[in-house]
Design a binder for this molecule. Structure first.
Ligand SMILES: *[C@@H]1O[C@H](CO)[C@@H](O)[C@H](O)[C@H]1NC(C)=O
Ligand SMILES: *[C@@H]1O[C@H](CO)[C@@H](O)[C@H](O)[C@H]1NC(C)=O
Ligand SMILES: *[C@@H]1O[C@H](CO)[C@@H](O)[C@H](O)[C@H]1NC(C)=O
Ligand SMILES: *[C@@H]1O[C@H](CO)[C@@H](O)[C@H](O)[C@H]1NC(C)=O
Ligand SMILES: *[C@@H]1O[C@H](CO)[C@@H](O)[C@H](O)[C@H]1NC(C)=O
Ligand SMILES: *[C@@H]1O[C@H](CO)[C@@H](O)[C@H](O)[C@H]1NC(C)=O
Ligand SMILES: *[C@@H]1O[C@H](CO)[C@@H](O)[C@H](O)[C@H]1NC(C)=O
Ligand SMILES: *[C@@H]1O[C@H](CO)[C@@H](O)[C@H](O)[C@H]1NC(C)=O
Length: 366
């Protein structure tokens, strides 16, 4: 239940990221700048590859009144040059009537100035991500989430050196080998490979060390293997990470040194649920002064030390489905570092452990 709510939260935040990105250019649609013929032809060829049962692209056409392709649904042009800068064809819902089907036509390559491409929530019926997308060299945002894509993630994406946002979540994608190409995406701020099967991505933490601008990392449900080598500690990591979701993988306690190194005072959200953590939570978490959410659901944790320390922002701590044993009052004491007077904690989940005792007076919690 709680993990579903949580996914929902992630969508909401992604959508708001994208809306925010759209805002400055939406105003362009009022402009009379007209599109370029060659780009219009490219868009029409792209439309031809699609199956549009619901007429989503009915504003796209050759008719005279549709002449200006900058006014077509989802198309955004530069208000100076008329070049197509963005294609936002994200389906409005996950209902099949809102989905475009068919194939992604390489005519998109003619859109030399394309910086933004979002085809999420459509239905490409198990086809692979086309390799040619790696040649859309100006792309800064690529969103293909939940689009029924399948197969290996093409390494050609490594040529998108300006990419800041890459979202491939909820497809049937996998890595056929290592993902070394990711390390070329040095401008990446937002990376979501949730649900991609990455069991062969054994050096993932090394690759991530090259992404120095990363603020948001979703690698949940990826079959990620545990960190195996201590040499990683000599790498430099992004100091700007705010959201780290590594839930539902095969991670063990060897994640902690990495996590503590990447967790600067910006980190807001860490989810390590459904991994293979065991024993005690490291007290070093206590230094994460801005952490608001710590998810440790469904591991094999046995002990909650007095670790809250300086975690003056922590609002939600999820410890359900672990192997915690003992007196409830002692957990509460430890979680609040012995003083409930100044805790910011609002939600503490302890279900499905072996905790005994009655609920103590929680007067100190907000
Ligand atoms: C063109 O777009 C830029 C930014 O996208 C905006 O600042 C400017 O006001 C726009 N110009 C016109 C004439 O709409
Ligand atoms: C996607 O399209 C295929 C083929 O038309 C269809 O069989 C499948 O059910 C669709 N998937 C979804 C999630 O709508
Ligand atoms: C980038 O493209 C070139 C050819 O265009 C190719 O040889 C190279 O492997 C690509 N880089 C990556 C990281 O895929
Ligand atoms: C880490 O960063 C420091 C300072 O920016 C630099 O001197 C060092 O070479 C970097 N180390 C690695 C492994 O990139
Ligand atoms: C971070 O990495 C350094 C080595 O670069 C290591 O000595 C240190 O213990 C790590 N930090 C934490 C908090 O684990
Ligand atoms: C509370 O913290 C102390 C000191 O860190 C530890 O020894 C003890 O086992 C903790 N209690 C529980 C119930 O985890
Ligand atoms: C809290 O932060 C202060 C100042 O940064 C530091 O001296 C202290 O050791 C920290 N306490 C804990 C329990 O982390
Ligand atoms: C209580 O928390 C506030 C801010 O959250 C902080 O300014 C204050 O120093 C804290 N007081 C104690 C006794 O830790």
């Amino acid at each position: 239940m709680s993990s579903k709510c949580f996914l929902l939260l992630q969508y909401v935040s992604l959508i708001s990221v994208i809306l925010f990105q759209l805002e400055p250019t939406v105003a362009n649609s009022n402009n009379i700048i007209s599109c370029l013929d060659e780009e219009k032809e490219a868009l029409l060829a792209f439309k031809q590859g699609l199956i549009d049962e619901s007429g989503i692209l009915s504003s796209w056409g050759r008719e005279d009144e549709k002449r200006n392709c900058c006014k077509w649904r989802g198309v955004r042009c530069s208000n100076k040059t008329g070049h197509v800068l963005g294609l936002d064809l994200r389906a409005l819902s996950d209902s099949p009537v809102d989905a475009l089907k068919g194939t992604i036509n390489p005519s998109l390559l003619k859109l030399q100035h394309l910086t933004y491409l979002d085809l999420s929530w459509n239905n490409f019926s198990g086809s692979p991500i086309p390799e040619f997308i790696g040649s859309l060299s100006k792309l800064s945002e690529l969103a293909l989430s939940s689009a029924q894509l399948a197969g290996p993630i093409p390494h050609q994406l490594g040529n998108l050196s300006r990419l800041q946002v890459l979202d491939l979540r909820f497809n049937n994608l996998f890595s056929s080998g290592n993902l070394d190409w990711l390390s070329y995406l040095s401008s990446l701020r937002y990376l979501d490979l949730g649900d991609c099967k990455l069991s062969k991505f054994s050096n993932w933490f090394q690759v991530l060390s090259n992404l120095r601008s990363l603020t948001t990392l979703y690698l949940g449900h990826c079959d990620l293997p545990p960190i195996s080598t201590p040499s990683l500690l000599h790498l430099n990591y992004s100091k700007s990470l705010e959201v780290i979701d590594l839930s539902n993988n095969y991670l063990t306690n060897s994640i902690y040194p990495w996590l503590l190194n990447v967790s600067s005072n910006l980190v807001d959200h860490i989810d390590l649920g459904s991994n293979r953590l065991h024993g005690s939570i490291p007290v070093a978490f206590g230094h994460m002064a801005s952490l608001r959410y710590l998810g440790l659901l469904s591991n094999r944790l046995r002990e909650v030390p007095k670790f809250l320390g300086n975690m003056s922002s922590l609002k939600m701590l999820v410890l359900s489905y672990n192997e915690l044993r003992g007196e409830l009052s002692e957990f509460i004491q430890n979680v609040s570092s012995g003083s409930t007077k100044n805790s910011s904690l609002e939600w503490l989940y302890l279900a499905s452990n072996e905790i005994t005792g009655t609920i103590p007076n929680l007067g100190g919690f907000p």
